[in-house]
Design a protein around this ligand. Sequence first.
Ligand code: ADP
Length: 260
Amino acid sequence: MLKVRNFRKKYHEHEVLKGIDIEVNQGDVVALLGPSGSGKTTFLRGLAFLTPGDSGVIEFDDQKISIESATPVDIKKLRQKMGFVFQNFNLFANKTAIQNVEEGLIIGHKEPKEIARKKAQEALQKVGLLEFANHYPSQLSGGQAQRVGIARAAALNPEIILLDEPTSALDPELVADVLQVIKQLADEGKTMIVVTHEMAFARDVADKVVFMDKGLVVEENEPVEFFDNPKSPRLKEFLSRISAANIADNSFEYEKANQK
Ligand code: ADP
C-alpha cells in the first residue's frame, strides 16, 4: 500500500535521512523505534511535508511520486491520504473538543455542518470522550487531549495515520488509555505508523517493528522475532538499554492495564 524507497532529507548540509526504505501493508500497524535523534520524527513529517532537496520515491496505492519532481498537486494528493497525531496534541486552544474534531471535516473535507457534527460525535464516542465534547483543551487531561487528537485524525478516515510519540508528553498513568485507543484503531484495521518508545505496545499491537538509527532503517521484523532475536549489534544494544530503563522506572503501564 505504502512503499518508500531511498528517502533522503537534509537540513542545510546535514543529511538526516540517508535513504529510508519502508513498506506498510494495508491494515498493518508499523511501530517505528530508534534512539533519540535517529530521524523518526523527520521521517514521519517528511512523508507529508516534502520540501525542496528531499529525494526518493513514494508509492501509495496507485500514486507513484518521484520526490524530486513532485508537483504541489502530487504532494497535496499524497497528504490527503494521511492523518497525523503529534506528540503535544496540537489542539486549538480556543475551540472545544468537538470543534477541534469537526474543523478538518468542515474545512478540509467540506462536509456539511450537521454531518461533520455527527462524525465528530462518533469519533469522540470511540475514544470515550463524548461527555467532554464541549470542554476546551485546558479543561482536559493530557491523555484526554491526546485522545481528542486521535479522534480528530481518525474522523477524517485517512488511509494511514501517522502517530509521532503519541504518549511521550503524558504522565505515566495516562499512557495506557491512549495506547488502548490506538489498539482499538488497529483492531478496526486502520493502517498506522507509530513512533513509540512503549515496547510492550510495539510487541503486542504492531504487525511489524522497524528500527531506525542514524537516518537509516537498520532492522525490521515481526514483533516477537524483533524483540527476542535481534540481529544487528545496534538493535541489540538499543534493546538492552531500553529494557534496563523500563525495569528501572517500571513503566509498563499498557501491559499492566491489559492484565487487569
Ligand atoms: P528522532 O525523532 O528520531 O528523535 P529527529 O527526526 O527529531 O529524530 O531528528 C533527527 C536529526 O535531525 C537530529 O540530529 C536533529 O538534530 C536533526 N533535526 C531535526 N529537525 C531539524 C531542523 N528543523 N533543523 C535542523 N536539524 C534538525
